[in-house]
Design a protein around this ligand. Structure first.
Ligand code: ATP
Length: 292
C-alpha cells in the first residue's frame, strides 16, 4: 500500500513542550485517527507537518515528495481543516471562497456549490456570523472542492452537536469511497473513531505511543471484570487501569487469553478506543475502564 504521508524523526520545541522524534505514516485508503488528550501535541504535530510552524529536525514526505522542496505542489493535493480556519471574518462565504479557490488549479466550483446546498449555507452570509458548526461545514466545503487526495483535519468534531458530527462522519466515508485517498483526523473525542477509523496513532506528551490498525487493537484489548478475590500477583501485571469497587474490579488487558486461563470467572468485554488510549498514556490509570 502506498503512503500518502511519511513523517520521520520530527523534533520541535516550544518553551514548555516538545515533539520528540515523531515518526508515523499514513497509508492510502485509510481514515487515520490521531488521538491524545488535551495538550498531547496533536495540533503542534499537524501544524509542523504542514510547514505552518518551523521544526528543528525531521523529514516530511507527502505523496513521496519532500515538503521543503515541493510545498506548493503538495498543498494543491491536500484538503486542510484547522481550528483557526484562517478566514477573514468580514468577508462573505463567496468572497472568502474566491480567495481560497484562486490558489487551486483544480478548483471545482460545482462541487463547492453542492456542498453549500447540502450544508444549507448561505453564500452571502458573513463569516463572522457563522456558528461553530456552520464554520466547520464551510471549512470542509472549501477543503473538499479541489480534488484533494489527503484530508487533514484538526479536531473537526469538537464542539459540534451529534447531528452535525454524524453528517461529517458520513461525508468522510463518501470522500473515501472515491478511492486512492486518505483522511488524517485529530481528536480527543475517541467515540467518533470507534466506527470510522481504520488506523489509530496515539500521541502522549509529544511522543508517539503507537500506530496500529484499529481492528487489531480492538481484537487485542479487552475490558476485564471480576471478583477482586481472584486478583493474584501473577495477573496484576497483565491489567491496566485497575479499579476496585465494592462488588469487584474492572481493568483493561491486552493479554486476554492468559486472563481467561488464570481467572475463569472473569468477564471479558470489548474495549473502546478510549479505554485503549487511557491505558496507554501516562496518568491514564487515574481513569477507570468503562464500568458498564
Ligand atoms: P488539544 O486537544 O487541547 O487541542 P493538542 O494535543 O492539540 O491539545 P497542542 O495544541 O499541540 O496539543 O499543544 C501541546 C503543547 O504545546 C501545549 O502544552 C501547548 O501549551 C504548547 N503550545 C502550543 N502552541 C504553542 C506556542 N505557539 N508556543 C508555545 N507553546 C505552545
Amino acid at each position: 500500500m502506498k503512503n500518502l504521508l511519511e513523517v520521520r524523526g520530527l523534533n520541535k520545541a516550544y518553551r514548555n513542550f516538545a515533539l520528540h522524534d515523531v515518526s508515523f505514516s499514513l497509508p492510502e485508503g485509510c481514515i487515520t485517527g490521531f488521538i491524545g488528550v488535551n495538550g498531547a501535541g496533536k495540533t503542534t504535530t499537524l501544524k509542523t507537518i504542514l510547514g505552518l510552524t518551523p521544526r528543528e529536525s525531521g523529514e516530511i514526505l507527502f505523496f513521496g515528495q519532500n515538503l521543503d522542496k515541493e510545498e506548493r505542489a503538495i498543498k494543491e493535493r491536500l484538503g486542510i481543516v484547522l481550528d483557526s480556519g484562517g478566514f477573514y471574518g468580514e468577508l462573505s462565504l463567496m468572497e472568502m471562497k474566491a480567495l481560497a479557490a484562486s490558489s487551486y488549479r483544480s478548483w471545482d466550483e460545482a462541487e463547492f456549490r453542492r456542498y453549500l446546498d447540502r450544508f444549507s449555507l448561505n453564500p452571502r452570509q458573513k463569516i463572522n456570523t457563522l456558528s461553530k458548526g456552520m464554520r466547520m461545514k464551510y471549512a470542509l466545503a472549501l477543503a473538499l472542492s479541489h480534488k484533494a487526495e489527503l484530508l487533514i483535519m484538526d479536531e473537526p468534531t469538537s464542539g459540534l452537536d451529534p447531528l452535525i458530527r454524524r453528517q461529517l462522519l458520513d461525508i468522510l466515508r463518501e470522500y473515501m469511497d472515491r478511492g486512492g485517498r486518505g483522511v488524517f483526523f485529530s481528536t480527543h473525542i475517541t467515540s467518533d473513531l470507534d466506527q470510522l477509523a481504520d488506523m489509530l496513532i496515539l500521541i502522549d506528551r509529544g511522543r508517539i505511543v503507537f500506530q496500529e490498525e484499529k481492528d487489531s487493537l480492538m481484537e487485542r484489548y479487552r475490558i476485564v471484570k471480576g471478583d477482586a478475590k481472584e486478583l493474584s500477583d501473577s495477573v496484576l501485571p497483565l491489567l491496566h487501569n485497575l479499579s476496585r469497587t465494592a462488588f469487584g474490579f474492572t481493568a483493561v488487558t491486552d493479554h486476554a487469553e492468559e486472563i481467561r486461563k488464570a481467572m475463569p470467572g472473569a468477564l471479558l468485554e470489548r474495549a473502546s478506543v478510549e479505554d485503549i488510549m487511557l491505558c496507554q498514556i501516562e496518568g491514564g490509570d487515574r481513569y477507570a475502564a468503562s464500568a458498564d
